[in-house]
Design a protein around this ligand. Structure first.
Ligand SMILES: [Fe+2]
Length: 287
């Protein structure tokens, strides 16, 4: 099968045409895919028709998959597929906007973040597949932390290179004024330290940010927050971002360690939105 790679914007992202993800990947296609993923960090595939098993099989080409422990979040007992949705799985009804779990998920995903950056080893890639999409809104924004780092002044780069940041699962809840999670969940997710700047396998560098960042080691808390918020604003300026408006059958796969992402608003009360996500496990601590 021959693959066409069409860039989506200046710095990152490409649409791949000519691949049916429900079919086994040939070695040649896998090589073309790997090259494109390393170069573009986000790949979009349109008009895909694959089952939950095929979603899992395709995702496993890239490594082991993360498990989602809460059965309410899993798709038909697939522990490795997360439901990203405003629809209850058991009744198929739209969730009330003030349901506490739904509210915290909606608020949590509306901010720029890296999935599971609050873990010592965050997932290295996420694959999101669109099943039901609202008629308006509900897109996903992506921000490129590689080109954002490259755009910094040499002085700012040198400052960032030296810093360590604490990431905390509870940070976004604190920021949105939500009640903390249950104690056993908090104990199972202690805060972790990551370098503010990550080096990619090809030697390039990128910022490592997102809404789970809590404070900067060695900096007064308010100053550290201001510093991180400034970097977040820098990284999410128009030239470093891409906003995808979903169509049913779209699959977007992105480098979770090099891009931040966020969910865009839509009418949560009247419109249905359902996507399935798999996450490829990371190879080790962020370095
Ligand atoms: Fe996410």
């Amino acid at each position: 099968m021959s693959i066409d790679v069409i860039p989506l914007n200046t710095y990152f992202g490409a649409e791949i045409r000519g691949l049916d993800l429900s079919q086994p990947l040939s070695d040649t296609d896998f090589e073309a895919w790997s090259d494109a993923f390393a170069k573009y960090r986000l790949l979009l595939f349109r008009d895909q028709h694959f089952s939950e098993d095929q979603h899992v099989e395709f995702s496993k080409h890239f490594g082991g998959l993360e498990d989602f422990v809460d059965s309410k979040d899993q798709v038909n007992s697939h522990t490795d597929i997360l439901r990203v949705s405003n629809i209850w799985q058991d009744t198929d009804a739209i969730k009330p906007v003030d349901d506490p779990g739904h509210k915290s998920f909606t608020l949590g995903t509306s901010g720029w973040h890296i999935d599971s950056s609050f873990r010592k080893v965050p997932g290295k890639a996420s694959l999101l597949f669109a099943i039901e999409i609202p008629p308006e809104g509900g897109g996903t924004g992506f921000a490129d932390m590689v080109s954002a780092y490259e755009g910094l002044s040499d002085e700012k780069k040198a400052q960032c290179d030296e810093l360590t940041v604490i990431h905390d699962f509870e940070e976004a809840r604190r920021r949105y004024g939500l009640l903390p999670r249950m104690e056993e969940i908090r104990v199972a997710n202690p805060s972790v330290m990551h370098p503010l700047v990550r080096t990619l396998p090809d030697g390039k560098k990128c910022l490592f940010l997102g809404s789970h960042t809590s404070y900067v080691l060695g900096m007064e808390q308010y100053e550290g927050r201001k510093f991180l918020d400034g970097l977040n604003d820098w990284t999410t300026q128009e030239k470093y971002t891409f906003f995808h408006d979903w169509n049913e059958g779209d699959l977007v796969m992105w480098d979770n360690l090099a891009l931040m992402h966020r969910a865009m608003p839509y009418d949560l009360e009247s419109h249905r939105r359902l996507l399935h996500r798999t996450t490829v496990l990371g190879d080790g601590p962020v370095v």
